[in-house]
Design a protein around this ligand. Structure first.
Ligand SMILES: Nc1ncnc2c1ncn2[C@@H]1O[C@H](COP(=O)(O)OP(=O)(O)OP(=O)(O)O)[C@@H](O)[C@H]1O
Length: 239
C-alpha cells in the first residue's frame, strides 16, 4: 500500500528529547474481576505499540490505565523511570487520549469543537486550521456537530491530536467508522508524529499501516493461564 506523506509542515511536537514510557507488572481489575496480570511494556520516542486481542481482553482498559483514567491494582507506570502517578498533571499534559466516545458538542460547529479541545488542552488555537486540513475537514468547519456523520465525528476527534500537540498518543480503535481514505490520513499523521519523536499506543481489530510497530497481544496476560505470561515474550514484531 502506498504510504504518502503530505507536504505541508506539521505543528512541532512539544517534546523533542528522547523519552521512555513503560509499564511494569501491571494488574488490571474491573468489576472485581482481573482482566490482565503481570503485563509489562516499553515505548520509546518514535515507537508504536499495537494492542491486539479478542473482545474483552483488556485493550481499552490498558489504554485507560496509560491515560491515568484507571489505576492498576498493582504494578506501575513510569515516564523516564519516574512514576507517572506522582505527577498526574505532567502526564495529562504529555498525553492525548482518543477513546470510543466522540465528545462532539452538537451545537458547536466542527471548527469550534476542535478549537474548544485545543484551548482545554492549553494549546491555544494556532494549530486548529492545520488540524482540520490534516483530516480533510476544512470544508465542514462550520457544520454543527449534530449534523456530522459517524466518520466525520471520528475525524474531528482525531484532529485534536494535531490541534493540541503532545508526545504520547493513546488511541482506542481510532479507525472505527473511517473509510479507507481517512485511514490513510490517520496513517500519515501517525508516521509524521513518530518521525518527530512522538509515541503511539493504538488498539485495533482492523489492519492499519504502522511500520515497525510492535504488537502486544493482551490475551497472553489473561489471569489464570497455565503458563505464566512472564515466561513468554512480551512483545513481538508486527508481521
Ligand atoms: N466499567 C466497567 N466495569 C466493570 N468491568 C468492565 C468495565 N469496563 C470493562 N469491563 C470489563 O473489563 C474487561 C476488559 O474490557 P475492555 O473494554 O478493556 O476490553 P477490550 O479488549 O478493549 O474489548 P473490545 O475488543 O471489545 O473493545 C471486559 O471483561 C469487560 O467486561
Amino acid at each position: 500500500m502506498p504510504h504518502t506523506i503530505p507536504s505541508s509542515s506539521p505543528p512541532p511536537c512539544p517534546s523533542s528529547s528522547p523519552a521512555v514510557f513503560a509499564g511494569e507488572g501491571l494488574l488490571c481489575v474491573r468489576g472485581e474481576r482481573a482482566v490482565f496480570a503481570n503485563l509489562s511494556f516499553r515505548v520509546e520516542a518514535g515507537d508504536a505499540l499495537l494492542l491486539v486481542g479478542p473482545n474483552g481482553s483488556g485493550k481499552s482498559s490498558l489504554l485507560r490505565l496509560m491515560a491515568l483514567l484507571l489505576h492498576p491494582a498493582s504494578g506501575r507506570l513510569t515516564w523516564d523511570d519516574r512514576s507517572v502517578a506522582d505527577d498526574s498533571e505532567a502526564h495529562a499534559a504529555r498525553t492525548r487520549y482518543v477513546g470510543h466516545l466522540d465528545a462532539i458538542k452538537p451545537v458547536l460547529a466542527l471548527r469550534e469543537n476542535v478549537a474548544f479541545w485545543a484551548r482545554l488542552a492549553g494549546a491555544g488555537t494556532t494549530h486548529v486550521d492545520a488540524a482540520l486540513e490534516a483530516f480533510n475537514l476544512t470544508r465542514l468547519a462550520q457544520v454543527p456537530g449534530r449534523l456530522l456523520s459517524a466518520g466525520q465525528k471520528r475525524r474531528a476527534n482525531l484532529a485534536r491530536l494535531v490541534a493540541a500537540p503532545a508526545p504520547l498518543w493513546l488511541l482506542d480503535e481510532p479507525t472505527t467508522a473511517l473509510d479507507r481514505a481517512s485511514i490513510a490520513l490517520l496513517e500519515d499523521r501517525l508516521a509524521r508524529h513518530r518521525a518527530e519523536g512522538g509515541m503511539v499506543v493504538l488498539s485495533t481489530h482492523q489492519d492499519i499501516v504502522l511500520p515497525g510497530a510492535r504488537v502486544l497481544a493482551l490475551d497472553r496476560f489473561a489471569p489464570g493461564l497455565a503458563r505464566p505470561a512472564s515466561a513468554r515474550p512480551l512483545l513481538e514484531p508486527a508481521s
